[in-house]
Design a protein around this ligand. Structure first.
Ligand code: DQA
Length: 147
């Protein structure tokens, strides 16, 4: 199966960015670990600081039709991007929302996700493992077959 791992703003800075919250591993480390853990999955990795590019990438995967789903860490877009929410609603691909940190255990403004309701499910708070759990969730869905 083919899976898109999509990361939004500031996730390019992982490793250097608030390591007490987000850990010391870079996005490159995290992506490499996914490839090692799931040798049968063909991964596509994309990160952007730009909301529009994230949305376009989502539509690209939808149109290619070969994609089993998307693991999405939308970063701060999670909390305010109605445009991203609408794009997730517009695609039929399953999207799993993931976060390194537990967004419910931090500042009040992070406890609201505007995308959760249109995602297939949410994984938040397990650090790098959140991505692995997201991939696992998509593989389980793919095994269940088309709805
Ligand atoms: C995050 C949580 C968001 O609140 C924050 O804006 C991020 C990262 C996480 O992975 O824990 O950029 O999505």
């Amino acid at each position: 199966p083919h899976i898109l791992v999509l990361n939004g703003p500031n996730l390019s800075r992982l490793g250097k960015r608030e390591p007490g919250i987000y850990g010391h591993r870079t996005l490159t480390d995290i992506n490499a670990a996914l490839e090692a853990a799931f040798p049968d999955v063909s991964f596509e990795f994309f990160q952007s600081e730009d909301e529009g590019e994230i949305i376009e990438r989502l539509y690209d995967s939808e149109d290619r039709r070969s994609c089993a789903g998307v693991v999405l860490n939308a970063g701060a877009l999670t909390h305010y991007s109605i445009a991203l929410r609408d794009a997730i609603s517009a695609v039929t691909l399953p999207v799993v929302e993931v976060h390194l940190s537990n967004i419910y255990a931090r500042e009040e403004f992070r406890s609201k996700s505007v995308i959760s309701a249109v995602c297939r499910g949410v994984v938040s708070g397990f650090g790098e493992a959140s991505y692995h759990l997201g991939v696992q969730a998509l593989l389980s869905l793919a095994e269940e077959g088309p709805k």
